[in-house]
Design a protein around this ligand. Structure first.
Ligand code: CO8
Length: 263
């Protein structure tokens, strides 16, 4: 796969890992990094072999410590708007990737760092991880979707408290309010993420795509519309070789071998 300056992209056995890699700035997001992330997501979307994506940060201190404040400080209003939109579009691309995405948060996930983790399908965190949206302490607000995704995930009142105070919360607290699925000792984080990624990668590609699409699209719709979306997604799965293989394997009392094709 191509090499980048601000991220690392690695792929093994159908599982891709993007590692944010600007350790001197605690992996802060600048325009160059966002551009590379966007390109890497395109490459992953176009690679049929990749079934799961993991995002993590280089080093043991940070996942991503937010937008790069030294770059941010040079922007006028219009540049700020363009940068915010660039980030939002890249995070939307991440959220809309048809394969599952796991955030492996291994340290500070602040500002844009929390926002990118929120665009993942779910988050596993190391016990030393810290989450927060500290933009208010810079005289700003979250600009990469944080005012929208965080209240949808943890409810508006808790999100408002976090955004108004800018306070960091521990990984344990983040787990207790539903931001984090699993909390792990730092040294065990990637093994646990990889184990879950492998379990997911062994499932049918068509049904994974259908499940993610139905959940994400349905969350923006009323219940009845969401259930209708689910029906269509279910029908798509029924038309797949994977569904034939999955049901046949059950009846033959063996493990299914999913190929991921519709026909
Ligand atoms: N941007 C640039 N550099 C950073 C950032 C950052 N976000 N975070 C840390 N660094 C740098 C530090 O400047 C320092 O560099 P140097 O060694 O050259 O002085 C190095 O990383 C190590 O950091 P510290 O020495 O500060 O490490 P500490 O362990 O003392 O503190 C913290 C760690 C608590 C994470 C601290 O670094 C910190 O508070 N960082 C900033 C966190 C923050 O405010 N993030 C939010 C940024 S704003 C944002 O994300 C907005 C997103 C939406 C943008 C919308 C577009 C306009």
């Amino acid at each position: 796969m191509s090499s980048y300056e601000n991220i690392l992209l690695d792929s093994k056995e159908g599982i891709a890992t993007i590692t944010f890699n600007r350790p001197k700035a605690l992996n802060a997001l600048n325009r160059a990094l966002l551009g590379e992330l966007s390109d890497a997501l395109d490459a992953i979307a176009g690679d049929e072999e990749i079934r799961v994506l993991i995002l993590t940060g280089a080093g043991d201190k940070a996942f991503v410590a937010g937008a790069d404040i030294s770059e941010l400080a040079t922007f006028d209003a219009l540049q700020g708007k363009v940068f915010a939109r660039q980030g939002q579009q890249v995070f939307a691309k991440l959220q809309e990737l048809s394969i599952p995405v796991i955030g492996a948060v291994n340290g500070f996930a602040l500002g844009g760092g929390s926002e990118i983790a929120l665009a993942c399908d779910f988050i596993y965190a190391s016990e030393n991880a810290k989450f927060g949206l500290p933009e208010i302490t810079l005289g700003l607000i979250p600009g990469f979707g944080g005012t929208q995704r965080l209240p949808r995930l943890i409810g508006p009142n808790r999100a408002k408290e976090m955004i108004y105070t800018g306070k960091m919360i521990s990984a344990a607290e983040a787990q207790s309010i539903g931001m984090v699925n699993q909390l792990l000792p730092a040294e065990g984080l990637m093994d646990a993420v990889m184990e879950t990624a492998k379990a997911i990668a062994a499932k049918g590609k068509v049904s994974l795509r259908a499940a993610k699409g139905a959940i994400n699209t349905g969350l923006n719709a009323d219940l009845d519309t969401g259930c209708r979306i689910e029906c269509d997604a279910f029908a798509l799965c029924m038309a797949s070789e994977d569904a034939k293989e999955g049901t046949k394997a059950f009846l033959e009392k063996r493990k299914p071998e999913f190929k991921g094709s519709l026909k």
